[in-house]
Design a protein around this ligand. Structure first.
Ligand SMILES: Cc1ncc(C[n+]2csc(CCOP(=O)(O)OP(=O)(O)O)c2C)c(N)n1
Ligand code: SF4
Ligand SMILES: [Mg+2]
Length: 333
């Protein structure tokens, strides 16, 4: 750790100042927008924010010469988030080393989508956590599609979701037939990374505290945040937090941290709710039959055997041993 980690003990301690302010043009109830707001509240004013193109840049800027960012920020090419983070951190280090800038602690937060980080910019993200820059945090806001260009499937789109590239229909009834890529597990396997975690918009203090821990970890860090997207998930605009809660309580989204080589689960749903409670609220899964939903439930149960084993041993289990469409019977520890 490079300094003392000031964690929030109650929501009342979250600063009232917003660095991602009102007036943005994202859809009503946009999960990534709420995550952005929370991440920047936790990071505070000594932060530069940047990210690869996607809803959080296109819907937030470049129109009428306004933007909601009350911090220095910039918009990178879709594959360039990783490299731009390294370059920004390197520039600050060089300026301070050469005494062209007064030494101070500056956070570089790269906030990128699943298209930008899990797919197109994955190589740069992987490189980004291999450097030794402290306070360099990569946050993947996962709305499970290329939302800005019309909800195309990405490698983090879950099995069964209908998207414009994987429409449910006569040819492919299921919609997306690939399993969701577990980006955070892959990032945790990088030797240089100091802190890796998953989060969503619930519980309320989980994401801000993980941002604080990541920035104080002494090296590059990564947080994968599940962020409901009303447009792409076909959900009402007031459900982003509720969907986040149900994702965790059904065990479909697992909250964990990896620090100093040790894996830790942050929340064990007990009893775990049936996955249908989460899936049935979303129009993108409306075509799934009761049997399809049982396939997801069974796979989730099997995956939890893996998560519990990781919790017991404190070690990562990689790769994720399952194949699309099966119920997880092939998974072995
Ligand atoms: C190299 C490249 N390919 C495609 C595009 C078009 N494009 C702009 S935003 C975007 C979607 C990015 O998806 P994601 O990173 O998941 O962010 P989201 O839109 O979901 O917020 C795409 C495909 C682009 N700008 N650059
Ligand atoms: S499409 Fe989804 S991620 Fe994009 S602005 Fe709308 S709700 Fe937010
Ligand atoms: Mg996306």
């Amino acid at each position: 750790m490079s300094g003392e980690v000031r964690l929030f003990r109650s929501v009342k301690e979250i600063p009232p100042e917003d660095y991602y302010t009102a007036g943005r043009r994202t859809c009503a109830g946009c999960g990534p927008a709420l995550a952005y707001r929370l991440v920047l509240k936790a990071a505070g004013p000594n932060t530069v924010v940047l990210g690869p193109t996607g809803c959080m840049y296109v819907a937030n800027a470049h129109q009428f010469l306004t933007s909601p960012y009350a911090l220095p920020w910039f918009h990178t090419q879709l594959g360039g988030g990783g490299a731009a983070g390294i370059g920004t951190a390197a520039a600050f280090r060089a300026l301070m080393t050469k005494r062209k800038r007064i030494p101070e602690e500056i956070n570089v937060v790269v906030f990128g989508g699943d298209g930008g980080f899990a797919d197109i910019g994955f190589a740069g993200l992987s490189m980004g956590v291999s450097y030794d820059y402290p306070r360099l945090l990569y946050v993947l806001y996962d709305n499970e599609s290329y939302a800005n260009t019309g909800i195309q499937a990405s490698s983090t789109t879950p099995w069964g979701a209908t998207t414009t590239f994987t429409p449910s229909g006569k040819v492919k009834r299921i919609g997306n037939e690939r399993l969701k890529k577990n980006v955070a597990l892959i990032m945790a396997a990088h030797p240089g990374v100091k802190y890796v975690a998953t989060a969503t918009l619930w519980p309320p203090l989980d994401l801000p505290n993980k941002v604080r821990k990541a920035l104080e970890s002494g090296g590059p860090s990564f947080i994968h945040v599940l962020t409901p997207c009303p447009k792409g998930w076909f959900t009402p605009p007031d459900l982003a937090v509720e969907l986040s809660r149900l994702a965790v309580e059904t065990g479909l989204w697992v909250l964990w941290e990896y620090e100093n080589g040790k894996f830790k689960l942050n929340y064990k749903p007990s009893p775990r709710k049936h996955v249908k409670q989460y899936l049935q609220l979303q129009g993108r899964f409306a075509h799934l039959t009761a049997d399809d939903i049982e396939v997801i439930e069974e796979r989730t149960k099997k995956e939890w055997e893996m998560w519990m084993e990781m919790e017991r041993t404190g070690r990562l289990i990689i790769p994720w041993p399952s194949s699309p469409g099966d119920s997880g019977d092939n998974m072995t520890l």
